[in-house]
Each structure stands twice: as structure tokens, then as C-alpha cells.
Design a protein around this ligand. Structure first.
Ligand code: PLP
Length: 495
């Protein structure tokens, strides 16, 4: 497999490009954080918080690179000792197992953790001369948040970025892109919605014919996997420890590019927890080799990403977008919130449910399903992530209300939503994967990667073995050394 498909650059590939980049970063005073610093911000130089003092979390300022981690506080300007998280009370989940959701909407610029994946993919290229900001354009294909993360990261790193995403994604995503890109020519809208990834690949293959376009394909960039393995993995472990420990039985993650789920590899290695992949019931590719349209934006793209360590996955759970659409209303309308409080839930907790976007709600429901499936009880802990929050989906409220509740989402509708989608969570549409299940899902990736995208067969197959994945970890140490060396060359520091 070529490093340009995998994104695994270790040695300097182009001295001239690297020199140009050093000059550009010196000129614009851009210092890069290492992966180790993002995983544990307490190891960042003491001057970072002072340097960030006058910088808003959504400003296009290179110093925001230091906020690309899980430890931003509620105002997103300061830093917390433990990443922000929400504990789902048993009154809501109906199970005794503890469910902990890490909150991704504290990340800078895009209010979603995908900005971390974007940094993880671009930084190694920057420090090895594989991306020259004076000549290249970074192309970020995605169903939304990664493209926004990529555009944000390229812009604050003095690089030109271009988003490629389906035309059917939420209006909030396009509004944001209009503000952050250099012009409409840097937003490519492909046909379809969430699950139309093949159309995105086709657009990227077309763009790749121009050698000044560098495609940072999150589905095949192993740095996406590695960034989440080290940075998200450690953050989730920290949350689990701070919440009192216990048996860390499962990590639950809706899968889009298959990046976030890599945190499960980290947790499994240290705590033996199971890895649970979540997808939309309307597009059950892993569960039933199925396909279809759905509205759980950010996940379920009708194919198996190259960077997803499928052979390490233990369960697959499908959640219907009817549930996520309806619960978005229950959690974020007055009628819904009042109903939840009337059921005995604490009003402060109910207010916190605004931190859950569609895929976050899917993760929460999948965690409840898994607890029921495996009879998890008191002392058992499930960790999962809320990639983004309601703020990215406000425009969906009217759409869903007029489609499903033409008379308005009132208390009757709230009661019905609660009974059906919260109390009614069952263990349907789940599978405990054995070797046959894992191999079945792994094999499905062949059609995308070997047949369609030209990945060589041996490299594709190598991923079946766990040693392939553990061998990847050394890249991060190497990149961290190169990042330190790069900062040394630019002379820019945040001390
Ligand atoms: C809202 C949302 N949830 C979940 C995911 C899935 O994360 P990953 O791509 O790391 O699998 C994404 C990815 O873009 C997303 O935008």
C-alpha cells in the first residue's frame, strides 16, 4: 500500500517542500502540538494557557491547535483536569451499568472531535514535507464534520483547504463552510446524503488528477486511527478513572470513518473491554450487509473503512434514525424537557442532553442495548462518545417536527417518544461477532478497497492480523519527534 493512500509518512519525502513549510510556519508563528501533548495537555508547555488567553475557541488562529484535545472546559477557553463527560443516570437508561459519554462539542472551531482526526492526518505530512502549503491544496472528503475539521485545521496551519461532502448534509455544516473556506470553489457538493460515500470517492479521484490537490481521505488515512487510539483512547480512560473505575466492560462507537472506534483498541489492550460498533438500522452494512439512506449524520457510509480494525470488534448494534430523530426533539424542545423532568430526571441533567447530536444519541442507545444484551449491572462501566451536540442540528427540529408531528411536538408526543425509544430499548438488531462475523465484515471491505480503489491485495489482507495494528503505534512516537524537530526549526514556541 502506498504511503499516499495510508498517510503513513515517516521519513522526509521532499526537502524543498519541508523548507517551504518551515518558512511559512515561522512567518505565521505556527507551533505544532505533539500527539503526546494532545493526549495529556498537562504536559504542554506552561505558556500555552497564557498564549491562548486572548484567543476565542472558534477564532481562525493557529494557537487553537493547542485546544484540539478533550480537555477544554465548558466555556471552551480554559482547560479541565478531566475531559467533559455526561453520566447517564439509571432512571433514564433503565440499566444499572454506568454509561459515560465524553463530550466532543468542547473541541475548538467546529464543536466536534473530528478536528482531531484532521490534525492527526495533516500534521505528519507537514513535518515530513509531504504537504507543501505554498503549492498544495488539502482536500477533505467526508460527510460533514471531518471536512469542516479539515478546512479549519488547514486554514489555521496556513494551508488552503477544500471540503468535499454530500449536498444533503445539514444546513449548519454548509453555513460554517461558507464562512471558513476561501470561496465557493472550495466546497464541492456531491450527489446524495449521508451514505453516498462512493460519490465522494469519485469526486476525489477526479481532483487527484491535479497533483497540487492532496487528498486526505479519512477512510484510509491510518493517522485518523492512530490519533484516536492515543488521544481519544487516553481521554476516555481518564474519564472512566475519574468516574470511579469499575469493570470497563464495553466501548461503544458509531462508526463513520472508523477513526473514533480505534480508542476501543487502546481500552481493550489495557482493560479488556469489548468494542461495539454502531450503525444506522436504515443502512446496516456491518450487521446485515445492508444499505440505505438515513439521518444519523456522520456515520454509516455503506462500506467498511480501510482504517477500521474490524477483526478487533466484538459487537455490532444498529439504531434506527427514527429513534435519533425523535429523541433529538425530546431532548431539545420545551415539551420534551418538561416531560423528562416529570419522569423524575434532574433538570440540570436534562439540560445537559443538548450536548448530544444524532450519532451521540445513537451511541447512548447502543450502550443501553449492549448493557441489556450482556446483562451488565452495577459495577460495570460502558464508555462512549458524543461526537457533536445539538447546536449542529437546530435546523433539523423543524424538518422532523413538520414531517412526523404536524400538530407540533407536544407532551403527548413526548410521552410516546419516551415510551417507544427510551423505555422500549431492546436487544434487537445486535450481533455478538465471533470469528465468522468478523471475517464476514472484513471481507466486505475487499470490494471498496481492492476492487474499486486499487489498494494492493497483500496490504489489504495484512490488516486481518492484530500485529499489523500494533505495529502502527510506533509511527506516532516518530511523528512526535519530527514535530518537536519541526518546531525547533521554525523557532516558534508557546513557552
Ligand atoms: C457526528 C459524527 N458522529 C460520528 C462520526 C464517526 O466518527 P468516525 O469517523 O471517527 O468513525 C462522525 C464522523 O464524521 C461524525 O461527524
Amino acid at each position: 500500500m502506498t504511503s499516499s493512500i495510508m498517510g503513513l509518512f515517516d521519513d522526509v519525502v521532499d526537502d524543498q517542500a519541508l523548507n517551504n513549510t518551515v518558512d511559512r510556519f515561522r512567518e505565521r508563528e505556527i507551533a505544532l502540538p505533539t500527539f503526546a501533548q494532545l493526549a495529556d495537555p498537562s504536559t504542554m508547555p506552561a505558556g500555552v494557557m497564557d498564549a491562548l488567553a486572548g484567543v476565542g475557541p472558534d477564532d481562525p488562529d493557529p494557537r487553537n491547535l493547542w485546544r484540539v484535545n478533550w480537555y477544554n472546559d465548558a466555556s471552551r477557553t480554559g482547560r479541565t483536569d478531566v475531559p467533559a463527560y455526561l453520566e447517564i443516570p439509571s432512571e433514564l437508561s433503565g440499566v444499572d451499568a454506568k454509561i459515560l459519554l465524553a463530550l466532543g462539542n468542547k473541541f475548538p472551531m467546529i464543536r466536534a472531535h473530528k478536528v482531531l482526526a484532521a490534525y492527526a492526518c495533516l500534521a505528519p505530512r507537514i513535518v515530513t514535507g509531504a504537504f507543501d502549503p505554498t503549492t498544495h491544496r488539502a482536500v477533505w472528503p467526508s460527510t460533514g464534520n471531518y471536512a469542516r475539521g479539515g478546512v479549519a485545521i488547514s486554514r489555521i496551519m496556513g494551508c488552503r483547504g477544500m471540503a468535499v461532502l454530500p449536498e444533503g448534509m445539514s444546513q449548519e455544516r454548509f453555513d460554517w463552510l461558507n464562512e471558513w473556506t476561501s470561496g465557493p470553489e472550495d466546497i464541492i457538493r456531491t450527489t446524495g446524503t449521508e451514505s453516498n460515500v462512493k460519490e465522494i470517492y469519485d469526486a476525489c479521484n477526479e481532483l487527484a488528477k491535479d497533483s497540487t490537490n492532496v487528498i486526505l481521505n479519512q477512510f484510509s488515512e491510518f493517522a485518523n486511527h492512530l490519533g484516536h487510539y492515543f488521544v481519544t483512547g487516553r481521554a476516555l480512560e481518564h474519564i472512566y478513572e475519574a468516574a470511579g473505575g469499575g469493570n470497563l466492560v464495553s466501548f461503544v462507537s458509531a462508526s463513520g470513518s472508523g477513526g473514533t472506534i480505534a480508542a476501543g483498541d487502546y481500552l481493550k489492550e489495557r482493560h479488556g473491554s469489548r468494542i461495539v460498533a454502531v450503525e444506522a438500522l436504515e443502512c446496516p452494512t456491518m450487521l446485515y450487509n445492508g444499505y440505505g439512506e438515513h439521518n444519523i449524520q456522520g456515520i454509516g457510509d455503506k462500506h467498511i473503512p480501510l482504517i477500521q480494525n474490524v477483526m478487533n470488534t466484538d459487537d455490532v448494534v444498529a439504531i434506527s434514525d427514527q429513534a435519533t430523530d425523535t429523541l433529538l426533539l425530546l431532548f431539545n424542545t420545551e415539551a420534551g424537557k418538561q416531560y423528562l423532568v416529570s419522569q423524575g430526571l434532574d433538570a440540570t441533567f436534562v439540560d445537559q442532553l443538548q450536548h448530544l447530536g444524532f450519532s451521540s444519541i445513537a451511541n447512548m442507545l447502543a450502550a443501553i442495548k449492549v448493557a441489556k444484551l450482556h446483562n451488565y449491572g452495577a459495577g460495570d462501566v460502558i464508555v462512549t462518545v458524543a461526537t457533536d451536540g445539538f447546536e449542529l442540528y437546530r435546523s433539523e427540529v423543524d424538518k422532523i417536527t413538520s414531517r412526523d408531528h404536524p400538530g407540533g411536538f407536544d407532551d403527548m408526543a413526548a410521552a410516546a417518544a419516551y415510551a417507544r425509544f427510551i423505555e422500549g430499548v431492546d436487544t434487537d438488531h445486535t450481533v455478538d461477532l465471533g470469528a465468522i462475523g468478523r471475517n464476514r465484515i472484513f471481507n466486505l471491505g475487499y470490494y471498496t478497497w481492492v476492487e474499486q480503489q486499487g489498494v494492493d491485495f497483500d496490504s489489504f489482507e495484512a490488516r486481518r492480523s492484530q500485529s499489523f495494528w500494533t505495529d502502527l503505534h510506533g509511527h506516532v512516537t516518530r511523528w512526535d519527534d519530527q514535530i518537536a524537530e519541526f518546531n525547533h526549526r521554525t523557532g516558534v514556541s508557546v513557552d
